[in-house]
Design a protein around this ligand. Sequence first.
Ligand SMILES: Cc1cc2nc3c(=O)[nH]c(=O)nc-3n(C[C@H](O)[C@H](O)[C@H](O)COP(=O)(O)OP(=O)(O)OC[C@H]3O[C@@H](n4cnc5c(N)ncnc54)[C@H](O)[C@@H]3O)c2cc1C
Length: 221
Amino acid sequence: MQRESMQYDVVIVGGGPAGLSAAIRLKQLAAAKGAEIGVCVLEKGAEIGAHILSGAVIDPRAIDELIPDWKAQGAPLNVPVAEDRFLFLSESGATRTPNWMLPGCFQNHGNYVISLGNVTRWLGQQAEALGVEIFPGFAAAEVLYNEDGSVKGVATGDLGVSRTGEQTGNYQPGMELHAKYTLFAEGCRGHLGKQLDGEVTPCARTSTRRSTASASRNSGK
Ligand SMILES: Cc1cc2nc3c(=O)[nH]c(=O)nc-3n(C[C@H](O)[C@H](O)[C@H](O)COP(=O)(O)OP(=O)(O)OC[C@H]3O[C@@H](n4cnc5c(N)ncnc54)[C@H](O)[C@@H]3O)c2cc1C
């Protein structure tokens, strides 16, 4: 069965902090230039934030840069860190390390205790307000390539397939999303990112093993 396709300027795989921040920034940059770009985010969780590990301490530096008025916009960063205690636990008690001995990454003054799930949901709302199209509940299942080996986009998985791989009465083929740029922001161990590591030709490839989010340009456009 023929799959339907949609065309965007940028398709982002993964609606986590990285994917949503990238979507917001792209829309901000386009708006500053008076340009209109189509950006969509695919998120495999049933809703934005559903697959995000929640408890975290966040350094607000990046959010300060991305959305300087985040407080006025109601970002869920409400609990500033008041005190750091670093304890070595034993069977009978705990020994506290003096704070002056702690490295910088354990000094959390100026940071916030947050639910990363809630912050991600809020980023999703900010992205939608800027016109980003978010498709929760859709996992990108396949990377699509142009003939020259560059990334053309992604396809979502087929729906209505039985455990044994047969089409059921609810069968619906996946949708193809084509873009000038496809940004993979699946988090660490994303299965499409792993495929790309081996498959994209060097000239088309701008992703690195170390980056959380990697981008591939469709050189066929
Ligand atoms: C145990 C633990 C504790 C941590 N504590 C802190 C902390 O205190 N402070 C801090 O700043 N950071 C902390 N981190 C790190 C932080 O969680 C990550 O840096 C951050 O979540 C990375 O964001 P991301 O958007 O790159 O990836 P992720 O948060 O992993 O988001 C990826 C998103 O992509 C979606 N996705 C994946 N594959 C697909 C696909 N094929 N199609 C569609 N959607 C897909 C996932 O459902 C998910 O929503 C911690 C991490 C761990 C594991």
